[in-house]
Design a protein around this ligand. Structure first.
Ligand code: GRF
Length: 210
């Protein structure tokens, strides 16, 4: 069984897609062992609770400084002893120490086609606002491994989504989630669980099924 830890900050629709994938058997040989949120009000925590998944909140506000928060966060990660960490809308920068320890074992989902509309300041609705401002006709989502940079790690999966006339940041965000994010994230974890992914020279490759 692949032990997966999911880190969240908000609504948790990507977490839900993953839970649904595991429960329906689309994502095989996988157990979500813990959900960590930095925000005690995150609805994602309720989703975890509803599905009997252990959930904890580690909030920066509860610690005197960043170092103390990082220590508590790392401890919450280590306790779960995960094989894979999934950042599903997690708005906290991952401590470098953790990136080293879990090299090529931390996945993030980003709501654009990296390397467009990503990097510092591109999160949540802001991504979709920028997409509409620029007037691109195609956007999408990306699942990638996490390295020391912001949205710079090896790309695993991408799915394009059409930008339509009259879109608002909200309507576009919803379409990107429905058509791309909620499909890609369970697929990525299934590929990982089946040992289908290799990372070489900064690029992720998916083995061909025989
Ligand atoms: C998603 O758009 C994801 O791509 C981004 O943060 C958002 C999280 O949404 N990283 P949710 O909490 O999974 O609903």
């Amino acid at each position: 069984m692949l032990k997966v830890l999911v880190c969240v900050s908000g609504g948790g629709t990507n977490l839900q897609a993953l839970i649904d994938g595991v429960e329906s058997g689309l994502v095989r040989d996988t157990e979500i062992v813990r959900v960590i949120s930095n925000n005690k009000n995150a609805y994602a925590l309720t989703r975890a609770r509803q599905h009997g998944i252990e959930n904890v909140c580690v909030s920066p506000g509860d610690f005197p400084d960043r170092a103390a928060f990082h220590e508590a966060f790392l401890q919450a990660v280590e306790e779960a002893a995960p094989d894979l960490v999934v950042l599903a809308g997690f708005l906290v920068v991952i401590p470098e120490q953790m990136i080293h320890k879990y090299r090529n074992r931390i996945l993030n989902i980003h709501p654009s086609l990296i390397p467009s509309f990503c990097g510092t300041g591109y999160y949540g609705l802001k991504v979709h606002e920028k997409v509409l401002e620029r007037g691109v006709k195609v956007t999408g989502a990306t699942v990638h491994f996490v390295d020391e940079g912001t949205d710079t790690g090896p790309i695993l999966l991408q799915q394009a989504v059409e930008v339509k006339a009259g879109d608002t940041p909200q309507s576009l965000q919803r379409r990107v989630m429905e058509e791309a994010e909620w499909v890609l994230l369970p697929r990525a974890v299934e590929l990982f669980a089946q040992g289908m992914i290799t990372v070489r020279d900064g690029r992720a490759e998916i083995a061909c099924r025989q």
